[in-house]
Write a protein that binds this ligand. Structure first.
Ligand code: SAH
Length: 403
């Protein structure tokens, strides 16, 4: 079948040629031929030179997502090749047979809209060992090619079960409804994975996002290096990732706060499983209010972790996000004892390092604290950062010491 062609307006190919994968609706001058939703289309510049092949979606502002710079079909062989490359990259830094990791990170792995997390461990405490995958099909292109993707995956990286977690809000922008449930094999209610020598229960079906925030793995270990003997506050602790890493590394005590009762119940079970229950105190509530209350009570901590959800979900909310981040960081700095460590994160790509750094400076100024930067970190290596696609550089994790 002949592919339809998207002809771009003059100069709209430049960003795409430097690596960006998205063609927005207002960048297209015309469509030649019949293009159905999800179909493969040729993207041509204003001089009719090929830019690449893309998945078409007439219902989305991101009208087309480039999946290849050369002419080729997005079939099982294509997905096998891209997944193979993704796996090869991860093998350089991880052991995918034994470690849980993000196997495919969408556009950053040349797989627009496809997110795959692999969880390796026991099916429930003491249960049989295995590997289960959590899959998010976040674009119409990959949603329509689920069968080919699953076949490619089964050949390359077989798992005991795959659960679809296509319940991310971005699906709506693609005109797709949420979809959750096992799509291959069976998936146990919880998988006990290992991370940095600790054991964590992951709820693949009901947990937030894909069940566990794998992107913070190395940052949790980095934070824990400063925990020995200190009193730690883990704000937005979710299932205790940072706090338990700190407790295991010798923190005097850890206080975790989160607004989700389910996440806190999981954190408590994780503490129990690792023999750290005596060190972890958990509070349910709004972290903003909680930090304010701690300040009123003149509580002090030697290490504070801030890992809030993304405050900036689009360009329009960047300014309100900045106020939120600043307020939070200001409060955290006020709670730090002299020489205390702040581990502060933001997972919104809209609020990049160029905004995050100055926000922290302002918070330090207002708190009357002088900061020394120890590290400016990003997400772990199973979430690649690629040139030409700034959206892939989304997680900031700055570690600073306050005088
Ligand atoms: N630090 C965690 C991940 C945090 S994800 C880890 O290492 O895995 C963000 C968390 O913030 C979620 O658990 C969510 O439930 C929680 N959250 C969202 N809004 C909140 C608020 N206003 N106060 C406290 N927690 C909040």
């Amino acid at each position: 079948m002949e592919r339809a062609r998207l002809i771009l307006k003059p100069k709209e190919d430049l960003r795409l040629r430097s690596g960006h994968p998205w063609v927005y609706d207002n960048e297209i001058s015309r469509v030649e031929g019949e293009a159905a939703g999800g179909a493969e289309v040729e993207v041509l510049d204003a001089r009719r030179q090929l830019v690449g092949l893309a998945f078409y979606n007439p219902a989305s502002k991101i009208r087309a997502r480039l999946y290849s710079r050369a002419l080729r079909a997005a079939d099982e062989a294509f997905f096998a090749e891209r997944l193979g490359k993704a796996l090869e990259w991860r093998r350089r830094f991880f052991d995918p047979e034994r470690q849980s990791l993000r196997l495919a990170f969408g556009e950053a792995d040349g797989l627009p809209g496809l997110v795959l997390d692999s969880f390796v461990g026991e099916a429930g405490a003491g249960g049989p060992r295995g590997r289960w995958l959590s899959a998010q099909f976040l674009s119409l292109g990959v949603d329509a090619r689920k069968a080919a993707i699953m076949k490619a995956l089964a050949g390359l990286f077989p798992a005991d079960g795959v659960v679809e977690r296509s319940d991310a809000p971005v699906r709506a922008f693609e005109g797709l409804k949420p979809a959750v449930g096992a799509i291959a094999g069976t998936v146990p209610p919880s998988v006990w994975i290992e991370e940095n020598g600790l054991s964590f229960a992951v709820d693949l079906v009901g947990g937030q996002k894909t069940g566990w925030f794998l992107d913070q793995r190395s940052n949790r270990a980095a934070a824990a290096r400063f925990a020995r003997g200190r009193r730690v506050l883990d704000a937005f602790c979710n299932q205790g990732g940072f706090g338990l890493a700190c407790a295991a590394a010798g923190a005097a005590e850890v206080l975790g706060v989160d607004s989700s009762a389910e996440a806190l119940a999981a954190a408590a079970a994780n503490a129990e499983r690792n023999g750290l229950a005596g060190k972890l105190r958990l509070e349910e509530g709004n972290a903003f209010d909680f930090l304010r209350a701690l300040e009123r009570e003149r509580e002090r901590f030697g290490l504070v972790v801030l890992d809030p959800p993304a405050f900036a979900k689009n360009r329009a909310s960047v300014e309100s996000a900045r106020r939120g981040y600043k307020d939070l960081n200001l409060r955290a700095l006020k709670l730090l004892e002299p020489g205390g460590i702040l581990v502060t994160c933001s997972c919104s790509h809209w609020f990049g390092p160029e905004l995050f750094g100055p926000m922290l400076e302002e918070a330090a100024h207002d708190a009357g604290r002088r900061l020394r930067t120890i590290e400016e970190r990003a997400q772990d290596l199973d979430h690649p950062i690629v040139s030409g696609y700034p959206e892939s550089r989304y997680l900031k994790c700055f570690i600073v010491e306050a005088d």
